[in-house]
Structure formats: structure tokens, C-alpha cells
Write a protein that binds this ligand. Sequence first.
Ligand SMILES: [Zn+2]
Length: 70
Amino acid sequence: MDAKDPGARPRIVSCPCCGGESVYAPSNPFRPFCSERCKNLDLGAWASESFRVPQDTPVEDDALPPPKLQ
Ligand SMILES: [Zn+2]
């Protein structure tokens, strides 16, 4: 249990993309992903999800009739 030992085995985490083993250390530039491919896949999925968000706002406010006369 010597966490400061530089010769210790690298920490292994689960890749968020494929769930496989990923080396969580400076030697792995794609951490916490296991590989560049998983990193790109995850970023791509995230980007395509977020691209749909702006379409959520209705832009036809002026086309709607007033709900009530005052
Ligand atoms: Zn992976």
C-alpha cells in the first residue's frame, strides 16, 4: 500500500466507452479511455447529442395567436 512508489503498477480504471481496462497514468494520453478510438467515439457521441439541444427552443412565438384578449 505504498501509493508514492514510482515503480508501482499503474492504476487501472474502466474505460467509460467500452468498459475495458484503461491505464490511468500519464503514459496513457487518452485516459480515462483505453485508447484513442474509444476517446473519439465518446466525444463523437457527446457532440451529436449536444447538437440536438439548440433545436429544442421554439422560434415561432410570433406566429402564435395571443392566448387571451385583455
Ligand atoms: Zn475503451
